[in-house]
Design a protein around this ligand. Structure first.
Ligand SMILES: N[C@@H](CCC(=O)NCCCC(=O)O)C(=O)O
Length: 257
């Protein structure tokens, strides 16, 4: 069987005065090296992407993190200074891709900004500058220059027993993860089940209720240490297995409750 392919919506970046459609290497590398799937980076357009034509040609969807935030108008709020920076082309590409992948039972793994997009795509809302809320830790990117330090594994999250996430990570209870976000899920979308939280209550993982296939989101970054960190590796391998099963013409149902 040819190596399966997953779609990865790009960010819009300005580089040397030009507009680029870009994705960080850490996601495509983890997909190839650990999930053993190829990645097609999808250009981010406000309009013009034919979502079903894309999904007809891939076997999974991987949604990456980004320093930009989902535009608040997409979850019924007025934009304020603290809600930016924005990437509305990414929003316009990612949200429909998420909805149609779930409808069609195409395996979906959503990471950081991705879990936030998943929640908004299904009708949930987000909170900004969560570290300013009483009792909430500082989940932001550590103020260091080198990326290994930014993505250092440094925070416990607690995975629910019997959850999809427990199945895919191969564990229940505490797991150490990295953390680089200042937004988080506020109102959970009706079709999402919270499957892991931080000790301060921040939602760290969700699964899609009654999903036809693998369909989860995580607020942390399993891609960054996917080759060396056991839970990160397990999650990407489980995603890759679901993608291969889908590519072979079947779908895999999670055995978790
Ligand atoms: N912007 C959102 C999502 C954060 C996210 O995806 N972080 C990963 C990229 C980090 C970086 O490169 O700055 C939020 O802040 O919650």
């Amino acid at each position: 069987m040819p190596m399966p392919i997953v779609a990865l919506p790009a960010d819009i970046r300005e580089i040397e005065g030009g507009v680029w459609h870009a994705s960080p290497n850490q996601y495509v590398k983890a997909a190839l090296k650990v999930a053993e799937v190829m990645t097609f980076i999808i250009p981010a357009f406000e309009e013009g992407n034919d979502i079903d034509a894309i999904l007809d040609r891939v076997d999974g969807v991987l949604i990456s993190g980004s320093a930009t935030n989902v535009h608040p108008s997409l979850y019924g709020r007025q934009a304020t200074e603290s809600d930016g920076p924005f990437d509305t082309a990414r929003d316009a590409t990612s949200l429909p891709l998420i909805r149609r992948a779930i409808d069609r039972g195409i395996p979906l793994l959503a990471i950081c900004r991705g879990i936030q997009e998943l929640n908004v795509a299904l009708g949930g809302t987000l909170a900004s500058e969560i570290q300013d809320q009483p009792g909430i830790w500082d989940h932001r990117k550590p103020p260091v220059l080198e990326r290994d330090g930014m993505y250092a594994i440094r925070q416990p999250v607690f995975v629910q027993e019997g959850s999809c996430m427990a199945q895919y990570l191969g564990l229940t209870g505490e797991v150490q993860v990295n953390s680089l976000h200042r937004q988080a899920i506020a109102e959970t979308a009706p079709r999402l089940k919270v499957e892991a939280t931080a000790a301060d209550g921040t939602i760290e993982a969700v699964s899609v209720i009654d999903a036809k296939n693998f369909a989860v989101g995580v607020q942390w970054h399993p891609e960054y240490w996917a080759e060396t960190d056991a839970p990160s590796r397990a999650l990407f391998q489980a995603f890759g297995d679901a993608v291969r099963t889908y590519a072979a013409g079947n779908t895999v149902k999670s055995v978790a409750a």
